[in-house]
Write a protein that binds this ligand. Structure first.
Ligand SMILES: Nc1nc2c(ncn2[C@@H]2O[C@H](COP(=O)(O)OP(=O)(O)O[C@H]3O[C@H](CO)[C@@H](O)[C@H](O)[C@@H]3O)[C@@H](O)[C@H]2O)c(=O)[nH]1
Ligand SMILES: [Mg+2]
Length: 193
């Protein structure tokens, strides 16, 4: 049986439709014991996204970005957030988007990429499905300074820690973005052992 047979959507209300879309949905869910139960759930839809870890096997380094994230700040985080370069798909294909986004944010031209997995990052309320990539890079691949798109408010700094330094930054709390932690751990397990 597909899950579709256990959900009956009764009402969808748009609560906010400004930059992204927040909806409130009332549906009936058929529980494991066969009974139906009415539930309400809010969903925040900002589309899907892609993220990448560039790694240099010769120097054992990775490329990360630092930027101001208001949602983290308003939740008490008083520093720039360290992340792997990422961007929303805007209905494009994940590989096409991550190439463009990485060049914009970091200045590195992306070579051949490997898609490693997808993940829902906050499935209780956010619809976003994130596609993860890794790719090798070398210092010669840097073609601009990067920094993001000024007119969109992006003000992005590029850092290049070794894998050991990046793992230490997770351990001591300097890196606390989920997608970034997943990618650094993947690199430590599979790419830069
Ligand atoms: N005006 C305005 N601009 C916004 C708003 N929200 C986001 N933006 C702008 O929209 C752009 C989105 O940038 P992307 O690089 O495409 O996306 P991202 O925010 O980096 O997304 C990545 O990080 C998120 C947070 O970790 C992830 O959720 C997402 O999956 C992805 O990895 C940025 O220029 C950002 O400033 C808003 O409410 N108003
Ligand atoms: Mg981004």
């Amino acid at each position: 049986m597909s899950v579709r047979d256990r959900v009956r959507v009764k009402e969808v209300r748009t609560l906010s439709d400004d930059w992204y879309v927040l909806k409130k949905t009332t549906f009936d869910w058929q529980r494991a014991d066969g009974t139906w139960q009415t539930q309400n759930r809010e969903t925040y839809d900002r589309g899907n996204a892609a993220v990448i870890l560039l790694y240099d096997p010769d120097r054992r380094t990775v490329i990360l970005v630092r930027q101001f994230r208001y949602p983290a700040f308003v939740n008490g985080y008083d520093d720039l957030l360290i992340e792997a370069p990422a961007g929303l798909l805007d209905n494009a294909e994940p590989e096409e988007r991550i190439r463009k986004e990485t060049e914009e944010e970091t200045g590195y031209r992306v070579r051949e990429v490997t898609r490693i997995f997808d993940s829902f990052m906050s499935p209780g309320s956010v619809t976003e499905r994130l596609t993860f990539f890794v790719a090798r890079y070398s210092p010669d691949d840097r073609i601009t300074e990067g920094g993001g798109v000024h007119d969109e408010g992006e003000d992005i700094e590029v850092i290049e820690p070794t894998i050991e330094a990046a793992l230490a930054m997770i351990a001591d709390g300097r890196i606390l973005d989920a997608k970034t932690i997943m990618l650094i751990q993947y690199a430590a397990l599979h790419l830069l052992r």
